[in-house]
Design a protein around this ligand. Structure first.
Ligand SMILES: Cc1ncc(COP(=O)(O)O)c(C=O)c1O
Length: 404
């Protein structure tokens, strides 16, 4: 019998990782010894963090920290069971009520991670004869969710409405759901929600919006991408995570009461996995308090991201279609991307290099993202580093008129 582990010795990803570790240019799994939101310490070196999803900077907010501490003191550290049985606290129910109101849907349930939320919701609703119609750039958790559901998966070109219509037309005989990200996690661009809504109505398809990067950031008061497009009643299901703007861990699915009740009774990751720890739930509730009391956080994250995006475009960087706090910098070759990552690291800036298989070959990028709590001084240092690194390694041209 062939040995199952024989593939490990020849695995190309592992070989590349080992080579990177040996040459000191391996950008992944770097342990942080300190993190206070906008700055982190790695190997004793202090860096400005522009690679986090902590968009509102609330992981260190005093009210959020205190709520998590008090929840541990009141309930302990874990629920040690599924929501289905012994793992439901009043805290989870309160969070679900608050989130349903915040998102603007009849009902909501919370899962222990965003990943599980997608797996659970889609696999509960979709069966073998159904068709999941996914944008080409949807998050991996949605692709895995469709695989778990065992239904047909059809893809259309990213945000290409003609291609979506083509797929909808050829699928009219089956129950369908169009599945998209609200904010694309790598490109920082938005789904074309108004046109997707119109096409779903025309062809009778349901519409699922993964708003992991939109909830807390987009729309009035951070209520999400569907609010940004004034389409809250036209999206059937809205999913969100707490691992980004909500400074915690977990996920939510919101929609009509009967649909949410159905998901609650059929979603295997909801039923067969332990519920969100009390401190995680309390942290999300505290974030809602902060966001609802002070819309300044939502406004500030856009202000800071927009300053960087404008400056980078003026320098000649390609930031694609970004209109959100996620600002990609398209570089192309894998070598240049890793080299750029290392140069930013040496300049005291933490960025995320995104390489194949995360992106197609020669489409590598630096994913940068901004926080409401980045100071103006930090933003200026980031812009200056982009100018210095970019001219040093030839990503942009040196311009005498560029103020950096
Ligand atoms: C678009 C999208 N959906 C879902 C997830 C999964 O969320 P979580 O990290 O909470 O499991 C992520 C996380 O990166 C994401 O970017």
């Amino acid at each position: 019998m062939a040995d199952l582990f024989s593939k490990i010795a020849t695995d190309s990803i592992l070989q590349a990782a080992r080579m990177g570790r040996e040459t000191g240019i391996y950008p992944y799994f770097k342990p942080l010894s300190e993190t206070e939101g906008t700055e982190v310490v790695i190997d004793g070196k202090r860096l400005i963090m522009i690679g986090s999803n902590n968009y509102l900077g609330l992981t260190t907010h005093p009210h959020v920290r205190q709520a998590a501490i008090e929840a541990i003191q009141k309930y302990g550290t874990s629920c040690t069971g599924s929501r289905f049985l012994n793992g439901s606290l009043e805290l989870h129910k309160e969070l679900e009520r608050r989130l349903a109101v915040f998102i603007g849907k009849e009902a909501a349930i919370v899962f222990s991670t965003g990943y599980q939320t997608n797996l659970g919701s889609i696999s509960a609703l979709m069966d073998r004869d159904d068709v999941a119609i996914c944008d080409k750039d949807v998050h991996a958790s949605l692709v895995d969710a469709v695989k778990m559901a065992g239904c047909q998966m059809k893809r259309y070109r990213h945000n290409d409405m003609e291609d979506l219509e083509r797929v909808l037309k050829e699928s009219t005989g089956s129950p369908c759901m169009v599945i998209v990200d609200g904010v694309y996690s790598m490109g920082g661009d938005l789904a074309n929600v108004p046109e997707i809504v119109a096409l779903c109505k025309q062809y009778g398809s349901r519409f699922f919006l993964d708003d992991a990067h939109g909830l807390g950031v987009m729309g009035p008061g951070g209520r999400g991408t569907s609010w940004h497009f004034n389409a809250i009643n036209d999206v059937d299901l809205i999913m969100g995570t707490f691992s980004k703007s909500f400074a915690s861990l977990g996920g939510v699915i919101a929609g009509e009461r009967d649909v949410i009740d159905y998901i609650q009774h059929h979603a295997r990751p909801f039923i067969f996995s332990a519920s969100m720890p009390p401190s995680n739930a309390a942290a999300v509730l505290a974030c809602l308090d902060v966001i609802e009391a002070d819309p300044g956080y939502v406004q500030q994250v856009h202000r800071q991201a927009s300053k960087v995006r404008t400056a980078l475009r003026q320098m000649g960087y390609n930031c694609g279609e970004s209109v959100t706090p996620v600002v990609p910098v398209y570089i192309g070759s894998e070598m240049n991307t890793v080299f750029a990552w290392k140069s930013f690291y040496d300049h005291g800036i933490y960025v995320n290099p995104v390489l194949p298989p995360g992106v197609p070959p020669n489409k590598s990028l630096l994913r940068t993202s901004y926080m409401a709590t980045h100071t103006d001084e930090q933003i200026e240092r980031v812009i200056k580093a982009f100018y210095e690194v970019g001219t040093y390694i030839g990503l942009i041209e040196e311009k005498s008129s560029t103020s950096a």
